[in-house]
Design a protein around this ligand. Structure first.
Ligand SMILES: [Zn+2]
Ligand SMILES: [Zn+2]
Length: 272
């Protein structure tokens, strides 16, 4: 059983209202031994009526203060790690590098949430584009971000855009975007960075996890070993959601281990 959830958001993230302590308690109840909070830090996120200025800016000092209290309180039952999900945009290279070095994070997920001032979360991203154009523009931005930014441990939900496309993963496959995925995976391996298996897409109706099984398989085939599992929970109830499925998929791809991180160092845990 996978016992570590390395992607979750409490009320310190602009899109969650869940108290951290409830999440820690839920993780313990579900039999997890390790969790990592990965609160959103998206600098220069586009402002709209739905997303006021600073919505995804993290108050990292207060977050760390509360996290340390819980980490100590529950130390006998579970390991709680200090993480962040950093929203990468090409023009933020310097600011992000400074921020990543300013705190002693255990774990950093790099994520593309914004492509040329638009978040694929909103339908407007797809207007005037075919599905393939929309997906490609997201993957191209991922690739650019990977070229520009280094200070992360795993790259998050490599095919995030697929969650929100009109037909989601009905017509989508690794093969269709193989050219871009192979470049992304090769770059990650060169930099000795990992990826995550994110089960959050399943709760939004996709058939497969994120990135899709064939991308995970390709990563393994190319020599990838560092992989964390994350529910992307924004509520206590969603912690470790679909982890049985995640385990089956990882085994089917040939993975024998998954990773947890402490002080930015990977530690390997045996699957099953
Ligand atoms: Zn994300
Ligand atoms: Zn997330």
């Amino acid at each position: 059983m996978i016992k570590a959830d390395y992607h979750m958001h409490s009320h310190f993230s602009g899109d969650s209202t869940e108290p951290m302590e409830l999440m820690v308690q839920s993780a313990i109840q579900k039999g997890l031994t390790h969790i990592c909070f990965t609160e959103h830090m998206d600098m220069d996120y586009p402002v709209s009526d739905k997303t006021p200025e600073g919505m995804f800016l993290l108050n990292t000092d207060s977050y760390l203060y509360d996290l340390l209290k819980l980490k100590n309180k529950y130390a006998e039952q579970i390991k709680v790690a200090f993480g962040v999900e950093l929203g990468i945009q090409p023009h933020l290279q310097k600011e992000l590098a400074v921020y990543a070095r300013s705190f002693e994070f255990d774990f950093i997920i790099g994520s593309t949430h914004v492509v040329k001032r638009e978040d694929p979360y909103y339908p407007s991203f797809y207007e005037g584009k075919t599905e393939e154009e929309a997906y490609r523009s997201y993957f191209e931005e991922n690739l650019l971000n990977l070229k520009k930014f280094q200070n992360f441990d795993v790259y998050g939900h490599l095919d995030y855009v697929v969650r929100y496309g009109t037909y989601q993963d009905a017509n989508y496959s690794y093969d269709k975007y193989k050219d871009l995925f192979d470049q992304m995976l090769t770059l990650l391996l060169e930099k000795e960075k990992g990826i995550e298996l994110n089960t959050g897409s399943l709760r939004r109706g996709t058939k497969d996890v994120s990135p899709c099984t064939d991308v995970l398989k390709r990563y393994k085939e190319l020599g990838g070993e560092i992989i964390t599992i994350g529910s992307d929970a924004h509520t206590a109830a969603d912690i470790a959601a679909d982890f049985d499925r995640a385990e089956e998929i990882l085994k089917s791809c040939g993975f024998k281990y998954y990773s947890v991180f402490e002080n930015r160092m990977a530690e390997y845990k045996k699957l099953g």
